[in-house]
Design a protein around this ligand. Structure first.
Ligand SMILES: Cc1ncc(COP(=O)(O)O)c(C=O)c1O
Ligand SMILES: [Zn+2]
Length: 415
């Protein structure tokens, strides 16, 4: 933590001491008062460069000089980060290289583990033994799993409609699970109220400033894997807006410390039925972020967010980055999911396939340049929502256990 100089409110700009507050700026409230971790980037940069040059570690511990960690022993023992980056030559010759960062390889099979480890390390530092979180499913299963490895009890709020596999993860990790009769947005508000009443330590999206720091490690790692020459444009799915904020911050800090020449354009992809950040971005001119919450509906359950909690950062950071937001339909998400699996061998959940669908949309519209290198973050595993996958494809061919029946089916299928 020696490189952290303060926590700055993203709306009023007030700077707090690094350990003055746990969550948000009291003057601006939980929604607009999200805090950003400020570093002495001169000393952090020197240390960071040394560490990545000499270190053999291939997980988020590699990046500690640019992370708010007091004692690395407080990080959960499971390996977070160090996920594969796959390179594809695009066959359409409309872009140069495609790099797919597959974060389904994290311990609980989603990008969220990157953020959870920092919240757990902070809790350990404070001697806290109970944590809570409201989530569409992935942040919750991430907290439940990594907390289980750290001896921390968890209390989880998820919408009752969360996919079965995510609820199974919570239960098997031993979390105390509340399946809320309502939307994710309602579960989140309930969790906030519970935190006020019971004083549990909160890992819900955006509320804790360290979460975006963990989420920035995807940017650090992608650039590191490409020898500090990141792609020109990167695509990521957006719900609450924390992952995209982390990516913008990570690339910006790498540019500031001189490890990369300039940050890639960051392109946020939202589902059409859950697009409040894309809408706020359209109206943003550089001053106040206008918030217009609407109930969310999309097949991509993880980004079915109508009241995004990191909207201020997600709008301001992308504006500053020079990136943009786009939206895709549920049909485009499903086609993206199938194509990712069938052409690239990557099985993503719908919310993760949304980033790929956004890439395909811009590719088709001719917006990308022929010499563009493109990065796509795959933020969650398809095994977390097998029902969505099964609904997207035809069922298997049923046969009796004899060769004649196999022959019959092969003939019918015209093979
Ligand atoms: C698989 C997946 N992709 C993308 C996101 C979006 O992240 P954020 O809510 O930080 O925008 C989430 C969030 O739950 C997710 O689970
Ligand atoms: Zn403030």
């Amino acid at each position: 933590m020696k490189n952290v100089t303060g926590l700055r409110c993203v709306s009023c700009g007030k700077v707090y001491q690094p350990d003055e507050l746990d969550y948000t700026c009291p003057d601006c409230g939980t929604r607009k008062g999200t805090l950003e971790v400020v570093y002495d980037l001169h000393s952090a940069g020197d240390e960071f460069r040394k560490k990545v040059k000499s270190g053999k570690v291939k997980n988020i511990r590699r990046y500690t000089p640019l992370l708010p960690i007091t004692n690395p022993d407080h990080l959960p023992p499971l390996e977070v980060g160090g996920t594969p980056l796959y390179g594809f030559h695009e066959l359409t010759d409309r872009v140069n290289r495609i790099w797919i960062k597959d974060d389904s390889g994290n311990p609980t099979a989603s990008y969220k583990d990157r953020a959870t480890v920092l919240a757990i390390a902070a809790a350990k530092q404070k001697g806290i033994d109970t944590m809570t979180c409201a989530s569409t499913g992935n942040a919750a299963s991430s907290l439940a799993g990594l907390a289980a490895a750290s001896g921390i009890e968890t209390i989880i709020f998820v919408p009752k409609s969360a996919p079965e596999a995510k609820i199974a993860q919570l239960l098997i990790y031993g979390a105390n699970v509340f399946a809320v009769n309502g939307s994710y947005d309602q579960a989140y508000d309930l969790c906030l109220e519970a935190v006020d009443n019971y004083n549990w330590y909160n890992r819900s999206a955006a509320i804790h400033p360290y979460l975006v720091e963990g989420k920035k490690t995807g940017a650090l790692e992608m650039a590191d894997q490409l020898n500090w020459e990141p792609p020109d444009k990167v695509f990521v799915s957006v719900g609450d807006g924390s992952i995209i904020s982390g990516l913008c911050k990570g690339f910006k800090e790498l540019a500031t410390i001189g490890l990369i020449e300039e940050p890639p354009s960051v392109i946020g992809v939202q589902a059409k039925g859950a697009d409040p950040i894309a809408r706020a971005f359209e109206k943003y001119t550089g001053s106040d972020v206008q918030i217009d919450d609407q109930p969310a509906h999309t097949v991509a359950d993880s980004i079915s967010v109508g009241k995004p909690r990191d909207i201020v950062k997600a709008v301001k950071y992308v504006f500053e980055n020079g990136g943009r937001y786009i939206t895709v339909s549920d049909d485009e998400i499903t086609s993206g999911l199938i194509e990712l699996a069938q052409n690239r061998g990557i099985f993503a959940e719908p919310a993760a396939a949304t980033a790929y669908a956004g890439f395909k949309k811009l590719l088709k519209s001719g917006t990308l340049k022929q010499d563009d290198d493109v990065g796509i973050f795959i933020t969650g595993s398809g095994l977390k929502d097998v029902n969505a996958a099964r609904k997207s494809v035809k069922g298997p061919m049923e046969i009796d256990p004899n060769i004649q029946d196999l022959e019959r089916v092969l003939e019918e299928a015209n093979w």
